[in-house]
Design a protein around this ligand. Structure first.
Ligand code: NAP
Length: 271
């Protein structure tokens, strides 16, 4: 039996065990996925003993950055983003990955949304936003707008992106005045259950973009997505990304390729 798990501080409502158990079912594999709640004071000790019983773990709030100091090495994406959400234990090593980046790639591919040479606006400057920004930079977006309630502070925190020639830091009023763009991405929790019914951007901003991606997956249709639909824009939520990042973690742990049809089946089952 292969054992994996999720490392975090409070994991009560996590969907991850259900998702990973469905992946095991699809792969006809005997696997187990545990919730590993740990207080900050015990994080390093736990990571040192985990390889005895686990092939790998996912990492969630608030440990995605802190965990990095206990790892032997990092994948290129995890290093570039500065956050890890998946660890693989192999031959005495603990290697860190960022499958949010890989899941976001699958979400865009699935919805036919391209980034290369496009003007992309990313709302939010937290962990998910960093993965999205790195992806946009790697995929050679023409222009990247980083939208924050405090753009000056954000430029300081995201110094690496501030140094890129094609990035600009804006607040939400600036975004409204900025005119047309290609892809608008919500990487804030604004609009997420139970505080749904609000949107980080109003209809006038949404109408300026050709495609609108919300990383939120609960509710299925956020107010932001509703505005996008009303304006006749292409839009999608983050559910496909959630499943795709879990599948990407299994690919790393099992050292195998898993077809997109597995993601699609699980999206249908749980969606
Ligand atoms: P986070 O680290 O807390 O960052 C969220 C960012 O949103 C903050 O840095 C902040 O940027 C902005 N923000 C927070 N509250 C806000 C408010 N009231 N109004 C406007 N902006 C606000 O969160 P995260 O981990 O990056 O996650 C962000 C969202 O992505 C969540 O909804 C999460 O569920 C979703 N997500 C989805 C997936 C998936 O697989 N689909 C994966 C990861 C995350 P400023 O302070 O600069 O404004």
């Amino acid at each position: 039996m292969k054992s994996f798990g999720l490392l975090g501080e409070k994991l009560g409502h996590s969907l991850s065990p259900q998702i990973h158990n469905l992946i095991f079912q699809e792969l006809k594999l005997e696997g187990k996925y545990d919730l590993l709640e740990v207080p900050k004071s015990r994080l390093s000790t736990l990571i040192s003993v985990l390889p005895q019983n686990y092939g790998g773990v996912n990492v969630t709030i608030p440990y995605k950055v802190e965990v990095m100091e206990y790892l032997s090495s990092l994948s290129k994406e995890a290093e570039d983003i500065g956050a890890v959400n998946t660890i693989c234990f192999k031959a005495g090593e603990a290697i860190g990955y960022n499958t949010d980046y890989l899941g976001f790639n699958k979400l865009l591919e699935h919805n036919g949304i391209a980034i290369k040479n496009k003007k992309v606006a990313v709302m939010g400057t937290g962990g998910a936003a960093r993965a999205v920004l790195q992806y946009a930079a790697d995929k050679k977006a023409k222009e990247i707008l980083i939208v924050s309630r405090k753009p000056d502070e954000a430029a300081w925190h995201l110094e690496k992106f501030a140094k890129m020639p094609n990035t600009r830091f804006l607040d939400y009023d600036n975004l409204k005045e900025d005119g047309l763009g290609d892809v608008l991405i919500n990487a804030t929790p604004v609009g997420m259950y139970p505080k749904d019914g609000v949107s980080p951007a109003g209809p006038s901003i949404v109408g300026n973009y050709k495609a609108v991606v919300d990383l939120i997956y609960n509710p299925k249709e956020t107010v932001l997505m509703h505005y996008a639909k009303e304006a006749g824009r292409l839009t999608c939520n983050g559910f496909y990304m959630l499943i795709a990042q879990a599948v990407a973690a299994e690919e790393i742990w099992l050292n195998t390729k898993i077809p997109n049809s597995v993601i699609e089946k699980i999206v249908k089952k749980l969606g």
